[in-house]
Write a protein that binds this ligand. Structure first.
Ligand SMILES: CC(C)(COP(=O)(O)OP(=O)(O)OC[C@H]1O[C@@H](n2cnc3c(N)ncnc32)[C@H](O)[C@@H]1OP(=O)(O)O)[C@@H](O)C(=O)NCCC(=O)NCCS
Length: 165
């Protein structure tokens, strides 16, 4: 069954259930990650791995070892991807042609419902749009770094979310 997003006339997402990704989705998920990350350069440092390695990692690590969820258009093309690893939001990327329409909000609220005990994630210090997005969704800053611990060597911020009591 195709579970597509319902983009309303205002261009925002209606209700749609994310679909759990399997090995057959690896190629499309990698393409989406590459597309989204490339479009975000400036806010996000350029990828340190070539596309071929991103594709291999998506297949053998991301989809094989993490819980990956997709939102798709009516033609089953992924428009947004969420990867959860324990209480971590490891990846949250929206197709650059579909940002700002509620897809990311839908997936982060979905992540909260799947991890009611709490969530954490890293975002680059330069990614102010994403920071605004996480703050709006109830995340708070837990830690800032100088970037020496990540591959990109770029300062980043750890955000956490805990369910309100
Ligand atoms: C950040 C992101 C996941 C948010 O998802 P979204 O579907 O675009 O967001 P929503 O429509 O639900 O919410 C809108 C908010 O998201 C953020 N946002 C929107 N477009 C964005 C973009 N291109 N890049 C970063 N943040 C963006 C803004 O905070 C925006 O609020 P604003 O209109 O007040 O500025 C998505 O924009 C994205 O994939 N950006 C590029 C990659 C990225 O930064 N991923 C997060 C890595 S930690």
């Amino acid at each position: 069954m195709i579970r597509s997003v319902g983009l309303s006339r205002t261009g925002h997402v209606d209700s749609a259930a994310p679909r759990h990704a399997g090995p057959e989705d690896a190629r499309a998920v990698a393409d989406l990650l590459i597309r989204s990350r490339r479009a975000a350069v400036g806010a996000i440092p350029a990828a340190v791995h070539p596309d071929s390695e991103v594709r291999e990692w998506t297949r053998t690590v991301l989809i094989a070892e993490q819980e990956v969820w997709l939102m798709e258009d009516a033609g089953s093309r992924p428009l947004a991807v969420l990867a959860l690893r324990d209480d971590w939001v490891d990846q949250l990327y929206v197709d650059p042609a579909f940002t700002g329409r509620g897809l990311g909000s839908h997936l982060i609220e979905f992540a909260k419902s799947h991890r009611p005990a709490g969530l954490q994630l890293w975002t680059f210090a330069t990614n102010t749009g994403a920071q605004r997005f996480y703050l709006r969704h109830g995340f708070t800053v837990a830690e800032t770094t100088d970037g020496t611990r990540n591959e990109e060597n770029a300062p980043d911020i750890r955000f956490v979310w805990t369910a309100p009591r």
